[in-house]
Design a protein around this ligand. Sequence first.
Ligand SMILES: [Fe+2]
Ligand SMILES: [Fe+2]
Length: 335
Amino acid sequence: MYTQSLDVPHAVALEPPGADSADQGAQERFDSRIAADQKIEPQDWMPDAYRKTLLRQISQHAHSEIIGMLPEGNWISRAPSLKRKAILLAKVQDEAGHGLYLYSAAETLNSSRGQMVEALHSGRAKYSSIFNYPTLTWADVGVIGWLVDGAAIMNQVPLCRCTYGPYARAMIRICKEESFHQRQGFDALLAMMQGSQAQREMVQESVNRWWWPVLMMFGPSDKESIHSTQTMQWGIKRISNDDLRQKFVDAAIQQAKVLGVTFPDPDLKWNEARGQHDYGTIDWDEFWSVVNGDGPCNKERLATRVKAHDDGAWVREAALAYSAKQTKRAQAKAA
Ligand SMILES: [Fe+2]
Ligand SMILES: [Fe+2]
């Protein structure tokens, strides 16, 4: 999901080795492939700025998938039934898989996994602001599936046509899984809305808390978005932040009617002339404060991630030791 940080200034720029050593012909070949909407593959020459932009976007996307496991992971042991627990486990495992595909795609751009993980853990790399909000009730798990994964799909479907081959191919599989995530969230909420008054109130309260942060997931408005023009010219980004946000609002309103919930925005109404819904003003101060580290859970999320990495050190060491032993054995046999 979660590519908003593409548009966030001060995002980390990883600096892998390799100079921008194109001859004129290489640049022309690149430009004509982009113009023809053909894929760029890892072995192809590409401008350094294109590579760096993709590396920043894909690694931030990978970090978001991994950090995104935490808010929902908190509810696996408290799911209300075996069925919901199995669904949630599968969903959270999918997010781990998304992180892995994306780290692999980013590695094709001359960055190591270690460099990317270090950038995340040191706080230099960004991830989607949405995961810095707490999951206070079971309804939050449903709302994350419905709205957060729903917003992610809106953002990610156009990335399946991205000009960088490994990213586009990873996104095709990811989008299929995100669709399951969205549907399971909606289904969990529908069950609650058909339950008791207390359950319905829990869903509405959760929707009220998540609505505005979800709209922020699409990133700053088009006029504030610093990287958008170039990334659209390169065929990485296909639809602008504001256009994606509008598509999401229009779709979510129909789904909210089916569920029987409302969104906490008095300015939300159909605009006959535009053929779209108007909506209120987003609190961008809140957005920037969360992006810059002062959201409700930023420190907790990062600390949990760093601890998990440290706790897993023995697994990485054991795997390396085993691999070294196998190599030694193979060499001894060959000698
Ligand atoms: Fe995901
Ligand atoms: Fe997801």
